[in-house]
Design a protein around this ligand. Structure first.
Ligand code: URA
Length: 201
């Protein structure tokens, strides 16, 4: 659904950076939820399915808890290639330059998928859409209504805010619980709030 020219352009924009593979967003138009993650990992770049690795298993459990089927969710992320460390080839968080390189894809999805409810996972997805003044530790579990950031044009690093307001629910990235188990409880408290929000829609 994303035009091939846009994908090719964004792949080219990413060439200077240590990132590999390319994973398309996946899901229906007008989804119940649109999940905005960080970047795919090794599993995803091999099978092309977003959130199909270890973090995806945790996310599937979250969706089950919410009573939302994977078919009703559009899965995307700030960056569509896997950023890796030059030494050791391990996963790492995408840099701002990498997020800018792939920004036109997420901008396109926001415009065409028309999500009723966004769920950002971790700081990367949250700050990509709302800027650095938002941090996950402060706003997780809160329903925010706000315009979102989109790239002003292809030849700048400047963001502009969308005309439309979006409903945004930030929570932790499912992978973060591998490093900090105490976040799991907080994440499930957030899901209880999200469950009520979805029930009222
Ligand atoms: N994290 C993401 O943001 N996307 C994936 O596909 C997997 C992990």
């Amino acid at each position: 659904m994303i035009p091939d020219e846009l994908v090719e352009l964004c792949k080219k924009r990413m060439e200077p950076y240590p990132c590999e593979g390319f994973v398309y967003g996946r899901g229906p138009v007008n989804p119940t939820l649109m999940v905005v993650g960080e970047a795919p990992g090794e599993t995803e770049i091999h099978n092309g399915i977003p959130f199909s690795g270890r973090a995806g298993k945790v996310l599937n459990e979250c969706l089950e808890y919410l009573g939302v089927s994977r078919e009703d969710v559009y899965f995307t992320s700030s960056v569509r290639s896997r950023p890796y460390k030059k030494v050791g080839h391990k996963n790492r968080a995408p840099t701002m330059k990498e997020q800018i390189a792939h920004a036109p894809i997420l901008d396109y999805e926001m415009e065409h998928i028309k999500p009723k409810q966004l769920v950002t996972l971790g700081n990367i997805g949250l700050q990509r859409l709302l800027g650095k003044k938002y941090t996950i530790s402060k706003v997780h579990g809160q329903l925010l209504h706000s315009p979102i950031r989109r790239l002003m044009s292809l030849d700048t690093n400047e963001w502009v805010t969308s005309k439309e307001e979006y409903a945004i629910f930030p929570t932790f990235h499912p992978a973060s619980i591998f490093y900090n188990r105490t976040l799991l409880k907080k994440m499930y408290s957030d899901l209880d709030i999200l469950k009520k929000i979805l029930a009222e829609k």
